[in-house]
Design a protein around this ligand. Sequence first.
Ligand code: F1P
Length: 325
Amino acid sequence: HATLREIKRTPEGIKTAQRAFEEFVTNSDFLLPREVVYTGCGSSHFLSQPLAMATTRLGGRGVALPCSELLYSREYYPVGKPELLVSISRSGETTEAVKALESLDVPKFALTAYESTLSRKADYALIVPTHEESVVMTHSFTAFYFAFLQLLNASFGLETYDAEMTSELTREALKNEGYIREITGEFDFRNVIFLGSGILYPIALEAMLKMKEMALFWSEAYQTFEVRHGFKSVADEGTLVVLLVNEPFDWHEKLTKEFQGQGARVLTIGNGDTGADYFIDLPKVDELLTPILHLPIIQLLSYYKAIKRGLNPDQPRFLSKVVKW
Ligand code: F1P
């Protein structure tokens, strides 16, 4: 399947991202300002969120909104007048992502895989040429995130990440493919809940979307400990709880036990086990890099769930690669 091939191109995507970043800083002396609004649709919106979070974490102020909210309901959000509007779209042709550029009277930046309507309309464009055959966004998400993170670091006078090392770490993460296939083969779960906190919360949201897109499968996502406040009632022996975590602490262990007490099974993905039924051990990296290691794993999980359900993830039902109005 093209989708599986694209997931496996994650290590190559990181290198493509690094080249795109280097080319951008060589050809332009533009630096990102501190107050940035990010926007996108679908996966690109779920990418706008960790980028906004990274901006805030690195000392700026990032706000993320889906394009349609920015266009039609922005007075309900703390948008103000940022110094830059970043519109994200893999295709660069999504109607809302292009139209969103007109929503604020501020400098505009495009993050996309192609010379496109979006890149031409923006004042600046970072083009990361991760051209994907898959309908759903896979390694381009990771590559866009890495390229922009490098630009944030460089703009804020911080050290950039080692791209070779990051690429190698994603290659290691992909080695869990066999284990993920085993889990989906052995446990025919009826629903799945993804949990993540901070920078890993939008990754949980993206995991939820991938499950729906690829496997047509019911999935939810919450900020990790928020799930205890009512939502957990749906978890039972048919549920897989996927805990995306950087460094677990005692609350993660308690949460794991709580779900196991309800009969659910827990898959922990992170730097340390929580007493889970399934565990994928990730190396310790800078917190802002953790999404890059989690993403290929949650994409593989959705892919193998689709296979288990006899579906073709290359042809997701009712979806198209570019959404136009
Ligand atoms: C946005 C998007 C994708 C999604 C689906 C429909 O596309 O929502 O994230 O996977 O295929 O389109 P784009 O604006 O990033 O090209």
